[in-house]
Design a protein around this ligand. Structure first.
Ligand code: SF4
Length: 252
């Protein structure tokens, strides 16, 4: 009963670079767990997901969990149209790329899009690893690659200058698509298992202010607290959520 436009997993807070403008602040030895991923993907009666984004830190430093997420999506036939990852390309993540490739083959076999988009961080603050980028492209030509240049810098974390940044929880914008709840803006899952809306800013801020833990709240709970309904008022949204809850109970 729930469709997600953009689900983001912060798979690790580790990083193998030390960029001067990093909005995260210092890296942390924190990795998302299988339990967190299971709670999110299997505990919310998700109908379909347009994009799963894998981020960090540097996501390629947690290859194991990314492979696990992809396997879980295949095993439970969760309709995901696209996987998207941004990397500094310092490391060639063979296992992740093989798993992406398996996902594409699986999608081909059932007639789903199965897009893989990989962006390389290419700007004056990151080391450039063109040899590794070429390796990606030559070994996996079916994925889409882009160079991600910095459009702006948030003045937070390690950045000493840039645009003023206010860390906050923004509303979760919701639409009704043929009786299904469609969450229009990104839902971000931190490496320590909290729900967050923006995905930008310091780990420190995310840990202080978030929407709660995936172990304590379902996505429907979040919508009840933070949802803003584009097709009606709060009461209409409540009714839609109640229908979704009843449906979930029946499925169990
Ligand atoms: S900007 Fe990205 S690559 Fe650079 S230190 Fe921060 S997380 Fe690491």
């Amino acid at each position: 009963m729930l469709s997600l436009e953009f689900l983001v997993f912060e798979v690790t807070r580790l990083c193998n670079e030390f960029c001067k403008m990093c909005m995260r602040g210092d890296a942390q030895d924190v990795n998302i767990t299988e339990e967190i991923v299971n709670h999110v993907l299997l505990g919310n009666d998700i109908n379909d997901i347009d994009t799963i984004m894998l981020t960090g830190g540097e996501p390629t430093l947690n290859e194991k969990i990314i492979c696990y997420i992809i396997e879980l999506v295949i095993k439970h036939n969760i309709p995901v149209e696209r996987f998207y990852m941004v990397t500094n390309a310092k490391k060639f993540p063979g296992d992740i790329l093989e798993a992406f490739s398996d996902y594409q083959k699986y999608c081909d076999s059932i007639g789903r899009k199965g897009k893989i988009d990989i962006d390389f961080s290419v700007d004056e603050f990151h080391e450039n690893h063109f040899d590794i980028m070429r390796e990606y492209e030559s070994k996996y030509p079916n994925f889409n690659y882009n160079s991600k240049k910095l459009k702006f810098i948030w003045k937070t974390g390690r950045a000493e200058y840039g645009d003023e940044f206010i860390y906050e929880i923004i509303p979760m914008y919701v639409k009704n698509v043929m009786g299904r709840i469609w969450l229009m803006n990104p839902l971000y899952i931190t490496a320590n298992g909290n729900y967050e809306t923006k995905g930008d800013g310091m780990y420190k801020d995310m840990d202080k202010l978030n929407m709660g833990s995936v172990f304590d709240k379902s996505m429907l709970d979040l919508l009840e607290e933070h949802g803003e309904y584009r097709d009606g008022n709060k009461e209409d949204l409540k009714r839609l959520i109640n229908i979704a809850r009843k449906y979930q109970m029946r499925e169990k």
